[in-house]
Structures are given as C-alpha cells and as structure tokens.
Design a binder for this molecule. Sequence first.
Ligand code: 13P
Length: 259
Amino acid sequence: MAATAKAPRIKALVAGNWKMNGLKASKKELAGLARRLAKGGRPACDVLVCPPATLVSLLKDEARGTRIAIGAQDCHAAASGAHTGDISAEMLKDAGAGFVIVGHSERRADHGETDAQVRAKAEAAWRAGLVAIVCIGETEAQRDAGETLKVIRSQLSGSLPKAATAKTTVIAYEPVWAIGTGRTPTSADVAKVHAAIRAALVKRYGAEGAAMRILYGGSVKPSNAAELMAVPNVNGALVGGASLKAEDFYGIISAYIKG
Ligand code: 13P
C-alpha cells in the first residue's frame, strides 16, 4: 500500500543554519531579510533561520510579524537534568524555536553522535512540540567507494523514529564533502539520492513519507539554488555559509519567487 501513495504537493522550506556564528548584532541580518521578504514577491516556500541557541529568543522577537520562523541547531534528548552545558528541546521551545536540527554531520563528527542518539533527539524535539530536521549524508570516502545510497538508507532507518510524520519531521540530505567546500553534486546525483530517500520514506511511512520534506544542503548559493531546487524530490534547502548574510539568503529564497 505504501508504494502506491500518490505524490502530494509539498511546500518547500528554505532553512538557514548559522552554525557557531552570530552575536546580538546579527539581528540586523534577520531584520534585513525580513525587509527583503516584505518588499519582494511572496516566496512559495517557508523560511527558517536557525541561529545559535544564545540568539533564539532575540531573533524570535525580531522575527515577530515577519514570514521568518526561528529554529535551533541541536538539543539534548532529556527534558531536563544534570547535563552541564546541554540544552533541552523544551528550553528551545520556551525560547521561541519551532524547529530543531538534529544529527548534523558536524555534530556526528565533532561529538560522535550516533544514529540512535539522533533518533532520541528527534523524539525529544516532538515531545517539546518542535519539528525535527534530521540530517543525513555520506562522506567523500563513502561516496568514492560507491556506498552513498547504502549509507543514506542506513542513516535514515537508524536516525528516524518509527512515529515520524510529514508535519513533525523534515529530512536534510547533506553530502559531507559538499558542506562549506563550494562543491556540489550534479543535479543528476542529487536527483538519484533524493529519489532513493523518497522511496525509503514511502516504504516505511506510506503517505506520510510521500509528503515529508527532503531538503538539500551543501554549498547552496544564490547562483546554484534555482537549479538545485528544481530537482525532483528536492523540497527546499538547508543553507550554512550563505544564510549568514541577508542578501545571499534572500538570493537563495528567490528560487521560490515567481517572476
Ligand atoms: P554550507 O551551506 O556552508 O555548505 O553548509 C551546509 C550545511 O551544513 C547546512 O547545515
């Protein structure tokens, strides 16, 4: 039954991941983005900015009355407790976040996060009422070994909880070798991986899997956004470096503005 799910219309999401960048003064970038969005045509996508946790509350205030949602970049799996330095999904929600990125490759690499931990974080996000953006992606060595699809499928099945739905969960495919390098896969390669992700989601979640957003991330820029966003099964972007400047991020969002 799952395999026959009809392809639904999916509203795209363009999300900025500021990573460990931004001070209070960076709220001017958010204000600049809001101004550009108010002036330009209405994009056929949702817009999200995920600043460091220190700025969630400030940027949420700045974003009030705009089309910009605010998210965070990681959460602890527990709601509270003796975990010095960690931040729970409930705290992020309380600060104004609506989304949280989990399982970013930088967290998997820098903090040794496993699929099981990522899955627990996604469940924590839902518990707090946040949408989880679950990241997956192969390294260059895995790609060279021809293991991309195998890695992707295994990360998907390990990192996604059983109860994932299209409303609570977004997938972000970020080839590790494309992050911050200026290199991107060809459109044909992106199409192949996103089709494999879609097939795996539909197989496991049926209609929910058919409706889940699958973002592409890794060196998305204003100059390549239109081409990448036009690839089948690409339902938006997760943007690092180019999300830090309002002008660049707006240039990417423009891929979803007609005319
Ligand atoms: P860049 O857009 O800087 O390549 O980063 C992508 C990314 O890791 C977003 O999460």
